[in-house]
Design a protein around this ligand. Structure first.
Ligand code: NAD
Ligand code: UDP
Ligand code: UDP
Length: 320
């Protein structure tokens, strides 16, 4: 319980000014908690949390999680890490440091405070998967020396650290393997496929499909994902995960491009660009565990979520 109010939990969200983190901070505040958002604003933005700043139960700390952090909290959600391939490959050494040193520091903090900690892991731990759909038991197919490795291996090592702190120090951990998530608060220059296509369509620019567009992804709307994260955090202490969180609807990238063009009414044309190295060919979560353990499944289908996201970017560009 909070040190200032016994009825209010004080929750730390690292990466809280980012896309998912900002939605999580907002939801946790709505549910009556106190929230400390820690972010170094590498890919996050003050704009994402501007509306929360007047809330007396919300606090922001500019801090890089690769350095130790001393605060007093009741729960930790560790989301700090750039998630878009463009951004995590821009400074790959820093990406690995953020995942690994960041995890060590947040685990050290959780250990000192004896509080539970949730890790935002990723479907990238499965790499370019040969098991489809991906189940949590699958150990993955990751190129350890490729351009995605700074992120994939960083996140795999973070999972290792979480399970070793759990075994060695009896720490309560929760590991969520998040699949492609999209929605409002994605940065217009984020570089991931949903925001790229929507921004291109709204600006009348060419839609850049990498490769032939036959690779698949499964897209989860952010409000669904946030519900899953909070449900996982609030499970029985025996539940550690890893648990897949994502929307099992699977689409080719070309289908996504066509949907975005249809929903925006854009005259943009689809152009094809080279497929980046190690780009996974297929991805879809098996969410049986999340359904059974968390009683969770996504509620927002792709077209509906795309409409909300398109509305967000239209408003954003209207303000500029
Ligand atoms: P994002 O880039 O919008 O948010 C990441 C946030 O972390 C940003 O605010 C950034 O400034 C902050 N950050 C980065 N390095 C930091 C550091 N060293 N110290 C403090 N803050 C730092 O990305 P997102 O999509 O919101 O992703 C949030 C988390 O969820 C990440 O850990 C990501 O790996 C994970 N995840 C996201 C997805 C997805 O599809 N969105 C999928 C799988 C996993
Ligand atoms: N740490 C932190 N905040 C805390 C406690 C620890 O940032 O409140 C950091 C600390 O700097 C250390 C890391 O977490 O580098 C791991 O802590 P742990 O206690 O597990 O390891 P040790 O301090 O024994 O190396
Ligand atoms: N992609 C694309 N055009 C873009 C951005 C991405 O075709 O402008 C493709 C990318 O090659 C990948 C898929 O869309 O196959 C998802 O990419 P994203 O960067 O969103 O996330 P990933 O799942 O690859 O980490």
């Amino acid at each position: 319980m909070s040190y200032t109010n016994p009825y209010r939990k004080r929750i730390l969200v690292t990466g809280g000014a980012g896309f998912i983190g900002s939605h999580l901070c907002e939801r946790l505040l709505q549910e009556g908690n106190e929230v400390i958002c820690v972010d170094n604003f590498y890919t996050g933005s003050k704009r994402n949390i501007a509306h929360l700043l007047t809330n007396p139960y919300f606090e922001v700390i500019r801090h890089d999680v690769t350095f130790p952090l001393y605060v007093e909290v009741d729960e930790i959600y560790n989301l700090a890490c750039p998630a878009s391939p463009v951004h995590y490959q821009f400074d790959p050494v820093q990406t690995t440091k953020t995942s690994v040193h960041g995890a060590i520091n947040m685990l050290g903090l959780a250990k000192r405070l004896k509080v539970k900690i949730l890790q935002a892991s990723t479907s990238e731990v499965y790499g370019d998967p040969s098991v489809h759909p991906q189940v949590e038991e699958y150990w993955g197919n990751v190129n350890p020396i490729g351009i995605r490795a700074c992120y994939d291996e960083g996140k795999r090592c973070a999972e290792t650290l979480f399970f070793d702190y759990h075994r060695q120090h009896k720490l309560q951990i929760k590991v969520a393997r998040i699949f492609n998530t999209y929605g409002p608060n994605m940065h217009p220059n984020d570089g991931r496929v949903v925001s790229n296509f929507i921004v291109q369509a709204l600006k009348g620019e060419d839609i850049t499909v990498y490769g032939d567009g036959s690779q698949t992804r499964s897209f989860c709307y952010v409000s669904d994902l946030v519900s899953g994260l909070i449900k996982l955090m609030n499970t029985d202490p025996s539940i550690t995960g890893p648990i897949n969180l994502g929307n099992p609807g699977e689409f080719t990238i070309l289908e996504l491009a066509e949907k975005v063009i249809k929903l925006t009414g854009s005259k943009s044309k689809i152009i094809f660009k080279p497929l980046p190295q190690d780009d996974p060919k297929q991805r879809r979560p098996d969410i049986s565990k999340a359904k059974e353990i968390l009683h969770w499944q996504p509620a927002i289908p792709l077209e509906e979520g795309l409409k909300y996201t398109i509305d967000y970017f239209k408003k954003l560009f209207g303000e500029q």
